[in-house]
Design a protein around this ligand. Structure first.
Ligand code: ZN
Length: 317
C-alpha cells in the first residue's frame, strides 16, 4: 500500500486529497519561546489556529504539511490535537530549516549522527509522541550560499531519504549546485527533492528553476501571499502579479509535473509578527481564482494540488 506518515499515523496516499505542501502551524527562531514578548498561552494558539484549519477543511483542503523542523517551534503533540479537532491531515517534518537555525548541539553533530536522528524520527517517532515524520526539511543559511553545516544536513537528509523513502523539501532554491552534487553522490533521485521558495522576491536571479527541473528536481512556488502590495510586507515579498506570471510561465513551459505550490503561512507565528491576513487559505481565496482567471483548467489545478503532492509525499519502498 502506498502511504504517507501523518502525525496521527500513516494514511493511504489517496486520502491526502488537496495538499498545502509547505506551511507552518507556528514558526519561530530558536529560543523565541523564552521571550515574554512573544509568549502565547496554548489557548491563544488554538484560537488563532483552529479556525484557519477548519476553513481550510471547508474549502476542500485535505493535508497540511508543516515545514517547521527541529529547533523552530515544532510541537507534535499540539499538531496531533489540531488534526483530531479539525479533520485536517497534518504531516510533520524532521530536519532543519537551515544550518543557521540549528541549535549548537546539532550544529556540532556529524553527518552520521544527523542521519540517525532523521531516520529515527521517520521510522520510530519524534520524541515520545509516537508520531513519525513524513518528510525531511533542509535549507540554505542566510547569505545565499550553503555553509558547511548546511551541506552536512543535506547529506544526512539524503541518506535518510534513501534509507526511509520519504522526500526532502528545501528552504530556498538558491546555490543548488552543491545540493544537487550531494544528492547525486548519495544516490537520491532529484524527483524526491522539492526545491522550495523558487518564487520568493529575494531569490529572483539566483534560482536556476528550469535547470533544476530539467534534471528531475521539483520546484516549489510556495511563498504565495507574501505580496508587496500588502501593508508591511516582509523582505522576501514580491509583486503579486510577478509571482503569478512566474508560475504560469513555468506551467506553460512544460514543467507542470515538476511544480508544487503553497503559501508558507503561519497559523500562529512564534516570535515574529507574521503578515496580517496571510493564511494557508490564500491558496483557495486568491491563488486558485487567479489561476482560473488566467485560463488554467481544473485538471491542471488538480495536478498541482493533488497529484503532484501525492507522488512526491508517498513513501518509496
Ligand atoms: Zn517555510
Amino acid at each position: 500500500m502506498s502511504r504517507v506518515n501523518t502525525v496521527l499515523g500513516p494514511i493511504p496516499t489517496e486520502e491526502l486529497g488537496f495538499v498545502a505542501v509547505h506551511e507552518h502551524i507556528g514558526y519561530g527562531m530558536p529560543g523565541c519561546e523564552l521571550d515574554t514578548k512573544w509568549w502565547k498561552t496554548p489557548e491563544e494558539r488554538y484560537e488563532e489556529t483552529v479556525p484557519k484549519l477548519r476553513r481550510f477543511h471547508e474549502y476542500g483542503g485535505g493535508t497540511f504539511v508543516d515545514a517547521t523542523g527541529i529547533c523552530n517551534g515544532r510541537d507534535v503533540d499540539y499538531y496531533k490535537s489540531l488534526a483530531a479537532r479539525t479533520g485536517v491531515h497534518i504531516v510533520a517534518c524532521t530536519g532543519f530549516v537551515g544550518g543557521d537555525t540549528a541549535l549548537a548541539f546539532f550544529a556540532r553533530a556529524s553527518v552520521e549522527y544527523l542521519t540517525r536522528q532523521f531516520v529515527h524520527e521517520i521510522t520510530v517517532g519524534i520524541g515520545d509522541t509516537g508520531s513519525k515524520a513524513g518528510i525531511i526539511k533542509v535549507g540554505v543559511s542566510r547569505g545565499f550560499r550553503m555553509t558547511d553545516l548546511d551541506k552536512r544536513i543535506y547529506r544526512a537528509a539524503a541518506r535518510a531519504a534513501v534509507t526511509t523513502g520519504v522526500p526532502i523539501f528545501t528552504h530556498l532554491a538558491v546555490d543548488s549546485e552543491p545540493a544537487i552534487d550531494i544528492f547525486r553522490e548519495e544516490g537520491l533521485s532529484l524527483d524526491r527533492v522539492l526545491f522550495g521558495h523558487a518564487d520568493d522576491g529575494v531569490s529572483q536571479g539566483k534560482v536556476r528553476d528550469t535547470e533544476i527541473a530539467d534534471q528531475g528536481g521539483r520546484i516549489g512556488f510556495d511563498t504565495f501571499g507574501y505580496d508587496l502590495e500588502l501593508p508591511d510586507p516582509p523582505f522576501w515579498g514580491r509583486p503579486r502579479k510577478e509571482r503569478l506570471d512566474h508560475l504560469l510561465r513555468f506551467i506553460r513551459g512544460g514543467y507542470l509535473d515538476r511544480v508544487l505550490a503553497s503559501a508558507d503561512a503561519n497559523c500562529s507565528p512564534l516570535g515574529w509578527p507574521g503578515v496580517k491576513g496571510h493564511t494557508v487559505n490564500y491558496l483557495f481565496e486568491e491563488l486558485i481564482p487567479d489561476l482560473r482567471e488566467a485560463g488554467i483548467d481544473e485538471a491542471t489545478i488538480t495536478t498541482l494540488f493533488v497529484d503532484n503532492p501525492a507522488s512526491f509525499l508517498t513513501i518509496q519502498s
